[in-house]
Ligand binder design. Structure first.
Ligand code: AMP
Length: 298
């Protein structure tokens, strides 16, 4: 496995890779969720590139950029053991040199949910992902369901800017109690960590109602809210039941795929989670098909 920090070294190493290339972009502090993306990329492609870059452009002024966990040595060991071929770990100046001023904005899809809670977040995400696509020239790129709106935004961006690659979506990897793995889980105290399974329990409650035939979006949102409110450490930022293609909040019963999602603060840490309905869609194939489906021009 080769580790490179500069664009020149990346270009040379990328040029030497043969066949189909899969890209896994990350911010490091790797866990089982990231490794599932690498595993999928490994099995689909001839070569795998992973990137580790804590992207300042996607953090708000009052967010956790400076304390975001950084565990590079361990990350490289994990990537090597998962069979990555090339890892790109650029410094901020490599991605955003002095004088940098070009940003990618995906309009409507970036505005609600996480975009409303985190102003400018998806502008930062779309910009860095477009740049990473240009820098690494992958045939396929792998993203996690955990960040479902990110998937939807990136799919739109990739289609709109004619990136010649496919976006693959990997189901959320969870801890034993259902908590979605996240680099931010290390911020939780023991008490908060126990409370944090409430996000998954709330999604399960709404998923069970849907499976019993409930189709009123408001009833699904209320079911999530009720479970969350029973947890004293939880503060709800939003719960949503939205069209999984457009992210429009659903108001009337629909048979189209619905994305249940939420952001919930536990102590000082805000966690997000989601579930796609019908429940059978929470597989790689279902997610890749239904989450932010974009018709590409021929
Ligand atoms: P991050 O390092 O947090 O930017 O995440 C890098 C990629 O890993 C993104 O595509 C995430 O959606 C994905 N990811 C993060 N956590 C999980 C998880 N628990 N299961 C699946 N994918 C995940």
């Amino acid at each position: 496995m080769q580790v490179v920090e500069t664009l020149k070294a990346l270009r040379e190493a990328r040029g030497a890779l043969v066949g189909r290339v899969g890209l896994v972009p990350t911010m490091g502090a790797l866990h089982g969720g990231h490794l599932a993306l690498v595993e999928a990329a490994r099995s689909d492609n001839d070569a795998v590139i992973a990137t580790i870059f804590v992207n300042p452009a996607q953090f708000g002024a009052h967010e956790d950029l400076s304390k975001y966990p950084r565990t590079l040595a361990r990350d490289l060991e994990l990537l090597e053991s998962q069979g990555a071929d090339l890892v790109f770990t650029p410094a901020n100046e490599v991605v955003y040199p002095a004088g940098y001023q070009t940003y990618v904005t995906v309009e409507n899809l970036s505005e609600g949910l996480e975009g409303a809670r985190r102003q400018g977040h998806f502008r930062g995400v779309a910009t860095v992902v477009a740049k990473l696509f240009n820098m690494t020239q992958p045939d396929a790129a792998y993203f996690g369901q955990k960040d479902a709106q990110q998937v939807i935004v990136i799919r739109r961006m990739a289609a709109d800017l004619n990136f010649p690659l496919t976006i693959e979506v990997i189901p959320t990897v969870r801890e034993a109690d259902g908590l979605a793995m996240s680099s931010r889980n290390v911020y939780l105290s023991v008490e908060e960590r126990n409370a944090a399974s409430v996000l998954y329990r709330a999604l399960q409650a709404a998923g069970a109602l849907y499976a019993q035939g409930e189709r009123q979006p408001q009833a699904l949102r209320a079911a999530m809210q009720t479970v969350l409110e029973a947890e004293p450490l939880a503060r709800v930022h939003y719960v949503s039941a939205a069209d999984a293609q457009t992210l429009h909040e659903a108001e009337t019963p629909t048979e189209k795929p619905l994305l249940l999602s939420m952001a919930v603060q536990i102590g000082m840490t805000t966690l997000i989670d989601n579930l796609l309905l019908p429940l059978e869609l929470n597989t790689r194939a279902g997610l890749t098909q239904a989450l932010g489906y974009v018709e590409r021009a021929e």
